[in-house]
Structures are given as structure tokens and as C-alpha cells.
Design a protein around this ligand. Structure first.
Ligand code: UD1
Length: 374
């Protein structure tokens, strides 16, 4: 038997590990798949709800690390994950995405000589002020198997001198989840709950430190949303980081909110998928949502100067126009008037990425003599 531990830590990790877990269950005669939750995200609405909705089992290990500075959080995950590795001695660990738990667990494992696979490898924004960019570069540079979502990722890795044999272009596990749960999402009643009409509202998510940690920027965003709310209903589920800053700066009280602007708690996976699919426009700074809107053909304005997911601009429906709020507002109004990017679904975003990964891993791991003897 091969023992694999997959790591989840923060909200965007859960929908990436869920399809891998489903796939490994098909091979349970040869593979034991365990899940370790670092506890980087811990609120029910940022974590547990995803386990329930994505049919993920209760994690086998919960590290309870919680929030902290980057160094604190990364270090705590390393210390706790190393204990799991010592006790379990897995044959492989899988990390996904680019959060602090991703680099922390890959670093702990690689230093113990445990094989490590990085799913969603090779993405680069070329902006080293983003903590995620540092996590991506470091995780890719130490991992043994690199699973890439878009062709651009292959080029990035080659440019960094990664041997071609480590790189596997497999598609996008997050899109596997989207495809799997789309039918369920169609049945969601979330539009009615917020009084939204299909194709006639704007969905907002903003949580990047560069957008939400400074008072002026956050005040500007609310005034932008108030302007857009003159034309359309807006739903803004607020991430804990953003909520904390709203409270810290007293922004919601100071700014006054249009009654067309609905601010809510974070929303679970199925309802959020329904909201994304039926939106006229999404405005976001999330990485994953740029990909989900591209798959769904929904117009998306990304409030960032760069993206590590260029296929969403080159092939998809993503508009990358920078962080100038005036430009975002004028582009949003153009989209509402009917200006739309016609997108296509990127190569291999077909719901089969996890299957490809499992096939490649079985082939690679079982070709190692030690596993042939087992
Ligand atoms: C993290 C990831 C980011 C990802 C995002 C998705 C890193 C460096 N950042 O950012 O890449 O896009 O998750 O959501 O790993 N908090 C809560 N409850 C929670 C979790 C966090 O209240 O369940 C609050 C805490 O006050 C915490 C703050 O949110 O200090 C930020 O959380 P943290 O995990 O440090 O980073 P995110 O901004 O969530």
C-alpha cells in the first residue's frame, strides 16, 4: 500500500483536494489517502462548510494552527506537520495552491526526504510583493512532482531550470470540482435568498492585503460599489480579513451604503458557484474565481495589476485592467452595457485533472522498486 497525505489549510484548498480524494478512493486497494487540515482557516464558514458540501471526510489530522504573522503561521504549521510525518511516515505528500500551509508542509516533508507533489504548480505573477508568489516559487523549487493547470506554467518552470521530467500538464482540479457540483449548484436557492435576478447582478469578492489592508483603498472600493449599485444589485460576501479592516477603519459606518449593495458573511461552495454562474459581472481579486468565471464564460474584472493565471485573459473572460478604481468603474459600466469578452474553456479544464494526477502518480510511485516489493 502507498500512503499519501494531502494537505489543506485555507478556503481555496478544499475544492482542489476533494476531486483527488474521490479519485484515490477508487484505488483504495493500493492507496491509503489521508487528509491533514492545518487549521490556517478555522471559521465554520471558511472551512467546515466546505468539508460538508464537497463530501470530504473529517480530516485525519487537524493541526489547529490558526492565524498569525507569516513567519508564525508558517513555522507553526511546519512544527505540527513534522510530528504527523514522523508518526505516519507517508510515501508521498500532496500540497495544493499557494497558501502558507502549502510551503510550510512541502518544506517539512522534503527535509525529511518524503516525496512531495505540488498541484497547481508553475503559476507566476512575477510580483514578489505577493506572499503567494513566494510560496509558489519555493514550493515548486523543492517539490518532486509538479502538476500544472495551464501551458504557461510549463514555460515558467522551465525558465527556472526545472527538469522537464518533473512537470506534468494535467488541467485544473478546481475545475473538476466545479464540473462535479454544477448541477447541484443549479438547484441552489441562494438567488431568491438575496432577491437577485439571473444575469442582472454583480458579485464581489475582495481580500488581498494590497486591496483591503489600507483605509484609503477600502473606502475607495466602497464608493466604487455605491456607484455601480445605481445600475445593478450587488452582492459582496466579505472575507474575514476584509471584515476586520471594515471594522478597524469604521468604513461601513462612515461611507453609507446603497440599499442595492448587499454585504454578507462568506458563502459556502455550492451557493457561491450558483452566484458566480448567474452573475452578469464578477469583480474580484481572487485567483480561483478568475478561473471559475473563465470556465463558466462569466465576465470577470480582476482588481490587480497582474495575474498568475494568464490563460484567463488570453483565452477566457477575465479583464485585467489594474487597480485604478476609475478604470475599474468605467470597464464595469462598459460590461453592463453589453461589452463582453467571448471566452473559451482552457485546454484540459475538462473535469479529469484528478484522474490524470492519480494515474501519473501511481505509475511514478509503483515504478520505484520499494513499492513494487510491497
Ligand atoms: C489566505 C491566503 C491567500 C488566499 C486566502 C483565501 C496566505 C499567505 N494567504 O489569505 O492566498 O487567497 O487565504 O481565503 O496563505 N481569519 C478569520 N477566520 C478564518 C481565517 C482567517 O477570522 O477562518 C482572519 C484572521 O484574522 C486572519 C486573517 O483573517 O488574521 C487573515 O487570514 P490568513 O489565513 O492569514 O490570510 P488570508 O487573508 O485568509
Amino acid at each position: 500500500m502507498i500512503k499519501i497525505i494531502s494537505v489543506v489549510g485555507a478556503r481555496p484548498n478544499f475544492m482542489k483536494v476533494a476531486p483527488l480524494h474521490k479519485e484515490f478512493l477508487k484505488h483504495k486497494n493500493k492507496i491509503v489517502h489521508l487528509i491533514c487540515h492545518t487549521g490556517q482557516h478555522y471559521d465554520e464558514k471558511m472551512s467546515k462548510v466546505f468539508f460538508d458540501e464537497l463530501d470530504l471526510p473529517k480530516p485525519d489530522f487537524y493541526l489547529g494552527v490558526g492565524s498569525g504573522s507569516h513567519a508564525e503561521q508558517t513555522a507553526k504549521v511546519m512544527i505540527e506537520f513534522e510530528k504527523v510525518l514522523i508518526a505516519e511516515n507517508p510515501d508521498l505528500i500532496i500540497v495544493v495552491g499557494d497558501v502558507n500551509s502549502t510551503i510550510a508542509c512541502s518544506l517539512a516533508a522534503v527535509k525529511m526526504g518524503i516525496r512531495t507533489a505540488h498541484v497547481e504548480a508553475g503559476l507566476r505573477s512575477y510580483d514578489r510583493t505577493m506572499p503567494e508568489e513566494i510560496n509558489r516559487i519555493l514550493t515548486d523549487s523543492i517539490s518532486d512532482y509538479l502538476f500544472v493547470t495551464e501551458r504557461n506554467g510549463i514555460e515558467n518552470l522551465k525558465r527556472e531550470g526545472v527538469p522537464e521530467g518533473k512537470i506534468h500538464f494535467v488541467g485544473n482540479v478546481m475545475i473538476d470540482s466545479l464540473i462535479y457540483y454544477l448541477q447541484k449548484a443549479e438547484k441552489s436557492e441562494v438567488l431568491g435568498k438575496y432577491g437577485l435576478e439571473k444575469g442582472k447582478y454583480i458579485l464581489i469578492t475582495l481580500h488581498r492585503p494590497s486591496n483591503v489592508d489600507m483605509e484609503a483603498g477600502l473606502t475607495g472600493i466602497i464608493s466604487l460599489l455605491n456607484n455601480l449599485a445605481k445600475e445593478r444589485k450587488i452582492l459582496f460576501p466579505v472575507h474575514p480579513r476584509t471584515k476586520q479592516n471594515f471594522e478597524k477603519f469604521g468604513i461601513l459606518k462612515k461611507s453609507g451604503l446603497s440599499e442595492n449593495l448587499i454585504i454578507t458573511e462568506p458563502i459556502g461552495y455550492i451557493d457561491f458557484l450558483c452566484l458566480t454562474k448567474n452573475a452578469e459581472l464578477v469583480i474580484t481579486d481572487s485567483g480561483g474565481i478568475q478561473e471559475e468565471t473563465t470556465y463558466l464564460g462569466v465576465q470577470c474584472i480582476t482588481v490587480r495589476d497582474n495575474t498568475e493565471r494568464p490563460v484567463t485573459i488570453e483565452v477566457g473572460t477575465n479583464w485585467l485592467i489594474g487597480t485604478d478604481l476609475g478604470k475599474i468603474e468605467s470597464t464595469a459600466f462598459e460590461v453592463l452595457k453589453g461589452e463582453a469578452k467571448k471566452g473559451k474553456i482552457p485546454e484540459l479544464w475538462d473535469g479529469m485533472a484528478a484522474e490524470r494526477i492519480a494515474k501519473i502518480l501511481s505509475k511514478l510511485l509503483f515504478s520505484i522498486p520499494i513499492f513494487q516489493q510491497k
